[in-house]
Structure formats: C-alpha cells, structure tokens
Design a protein around this ligand. Structure first.
Ligand SMILES: Cc1ncc(COP(=O)(O)O)c(C=O)c1O
Length: 369
C-alpha cells in the first residue's frame, strides 16, 4: 500500500538511473591530470573541444557544426538573441515545451501554434500557416514530444523537411529524448532529412544526468559562430569541467550501455502507465508513446485540469497545469501531462488509480449541474 503523495509534475530522470560510480571514475581521471588539465582552464565558448570532436565524429560532421552549452535550453535563449529578431514569427507545436514558450514570449516573438496530432503536426494547418506567413523557424520536438509523447511520422517529417527547404525557414529540432526508444524502430530525424535547414538540439540531461548541464547543438556552422560569439560576450564559456567528465564517460564507452540500462528501467514504466490508464481512465483519449518521458491524456468534457489538480492534491496526487504547454492557455484546460520515468510501476498504478477516482468524482457533479 503506497501512502505518500505521487508526483506527476516533473519530467525528471529516475535518481536511481544516475551512473554515479562511473561519473566518479571519470571525474577522478580528468582531475588526475593535475594542474595541466585543460578542464580547469578557460576554454572556447563553443565548449570543450574533445567532446565536440567525439560528437562530430559520431554524426559525420565537422567540429564547427557542434556547439555545447550549459543545458540545451540555453540554446533557445542564444537563438532568440542572435538568429531570431524580436517580433519574428516562430511556429511551435500545440502543445509544446513550456520553457521554450516562456523564452519566446520573453523575446516578444510572434508565436503561431500548429496543432499536434497523434502522428505529428497537422500538415493542413502547417501549410495554411506557411501560406499566411513563412516563419523564421519551426520549433519541433519530433521524438517522444514533451508534453504529449507524440512521435512525428516519417511521412510528416519528409513533408516538413521539404517545406523548410522550399520556403527557406529553419527547423529547430529539439531531440533530448530521441535515444530513449522503448518500442519500434527509429525514424530519420529532421536533421537527417534537411541538414542545411535544421538546428538540432540535444542534451546529456536525460542520458547521464541533468546536473551535468551539458546541452548540444548541431547544425549550420555560420549560425553556430554567431551563437558562440554571443555566448563568449555573455558567459565566456559553458562549464568546462562538466564537459570534460562527460567526454571521459563517452570515450570510455559508457554511454551506450547507460542508454541500454535506461531503456530497461523505463520500458516497464511505460507499460505500467499504459495499463493503468486503460484500467482506471478507460474512456479517456490518450497518446501511446514509444519512448521518452511523457504520457498525456485529454480529460473528459467538463473536467478541467484546474478542477482536477485541486481535488487530486487532496487525494495525494500532484499534477501540472496543462495550460502552461499551450501558447493560448485556455486551449489546454483539458490537457494532462503524466511524466512516468521517475516513478516505479507500483507508484504509477496507484497514482493513476487515484486520478481515476478523482475524475469519476468530478464527472457526476457536472452531470447534475
Ligand atoms: C523538449 C525539451 N527541451 C529542452 C529541455 C531542457 O533540457 P536541458 O536540461 O538540456 O536544458 C527539456 C527538459 O525537460 C525538454 O523536455
């Protein structure tokens, strides 16, 4: 019997997934170089060269096409400071990652939402939006999207890549979950399909640990050079010691086994949430993800996430406000994101059971109104 509050608010990795012993070994190896170690010195604003070289080689890129930052979110800020001018039009999926929305709003960008379907953005809506105005960029999380869990199909990716090339807009592909696939097989990324038009963000936050704060950006060398200049003038360089430890981790061959361990840990959690939603919220439309951190549901007509959150808190479940993921917040009143990776299968089952009871308790009240 689980008595504690179950927290469905935070899309964080499971703490038991952190490779602490290997990280300690890598940190010791980096520091064993003593005062000579580059990792303790100032370096380039592009980030620690050996890690950039490792990433570039894996992707068949030059090192000028790879930049590192203090977490991938920092690249959104840098892009808003350099590539994107205030009041320019940026397309986003609806719903999308709330922190990106916050940054775009802070920079007064004109945000246009493209509705997300279970296999990616609604292409009719996208085409109509392009006809109205070609955007500067389309921000898209094509694999296991935050917050919905949706993966964009290959056919849709091909069309989006073709339009980006034809109309000359950037694709900002945010791909931190891409390597965390628990089912099926990978589809080509937008960066694979339109490399000259795509700036692909990723991160070691979900693969090693968020505390490392190592984000990556791959793409056009001229755009990266602008970002690197702005970064240098702002914070000199990202934290070099962390990048050197991550570099050691990758070069010792620890990353692939770590990803396999994550998949083995998270795959049963995905199965658990699918089963729990079918059992306790049977009439609720949901997206079944193939990987990543997020499951999402649409609450029944008349049940809003505001009502649900208040009553769920009394029942021992914390949920986030679905409206935060929508450029137009009222469109997200019935949206509920359920991150599943940092909870055990038993906690997931209990949390969704409690949510099912709360939804049932709200619905009869509504039918009496
Ligand atoms: C889609 C997406 N982009 C970016 C980030 C930020 O990641 P980082 O820790 O690398 O800044 C997250 C974190 O949850 C995310 O879900």
């Amino acid at each position: 019997m689980i008595s504690q509050t179950i927290d469905f608010t935070r899309g964080v990795p499971a703490p038991e997934s952190f490779p602490t012993e290997q990280m300690a070994e890598c940190a010791a190896a980096v520091l064993a170089q003593g005062g000579q170690t580059e990792a303790l010195q100032y370096g380039k604003s592009y980030g620690f060269l050996p890690l950039r070289a490792w990433l570039a080689e894996r992707q068949g890129l030059s090192t000028e096409q790879v930049m590192l930052s203090n977490g991938s979110l920092q690249f959104i800020e840098l892009l808003c400071q350099t590539l994107i001018q205030p009041n320019e039009t940026i397309f986003v999926e609806q719903p999308t990652y709330d922190r990106t929305l916050t940054l775009l709003r802070r920079h007064r960008e004109n945000v246009v939402s493209i509705p997300l379907e279970s296999d990616g953005p609604d292409l009719d809506a996208l085409e109509a939006a392009i006809q109205r105005e070609v955007p500067k960029a389309f921000y898209i999380i094509s694999d296991f999207q935050n917050p919905t869990g949706v993966t964009t199909s290959q056919a849709k990716r091909e069309q989006i890549a073709a339009w980006a090339e034809q109309f000359g807009f950037w694709l900002i592909e945010d791909a931190p979950y891409r390597q965390l696939r628990y089912r099926g097989s990978a589809v080509p990324s937008l960066f694979d399909l339109a490399p000259a038009r795509t700036l692909q963000l990723s991160s070691f936050s979900k693969l090693i640990s968020p505390g490392t704060r190592v984000g990556t950006l791959m793409g056009d060398a001229a755009v990266l050079q602008q970002l690197a200049q702005f970064a240098e003038d702002t914070y000199i360089m990202p934290a070099q010691l962390n990048m050197a430890i991550v570099n050691e981790f990758c070069r010792r061959g620890y990353l692939e086994p770590q990803i396999e361990r994550l998949k083995a840990l998270y795959q049963p959690r995905l199965e658990a949430i699918c089963t729990a939603v079918q059992n306790y919220l049977p009439a609720t439309p949901y997206v079944e993800p193939d990987g990543g951190f997020f499951f999402s549901i649409t609450l029944p007509e008349g049940v809003t996430s505001t009502m649900l959150r208040a009553q769920a808190a009394d029942a021992g479940v914390r949920c986030s406000d679905g409206r935060g993921f929508f450029a137009n917040p009222q469109d997200g009143e019935r949206f509920l994101r359920l991150p599943f990776c940092a909870l055990t299968p038993a906690e997931i089952d209990e949390g969704v059971r409690r949510l099912g009871e709360v939804v049932q308790a709200i619905s009869p009240e509504l039918s009496r109104v």
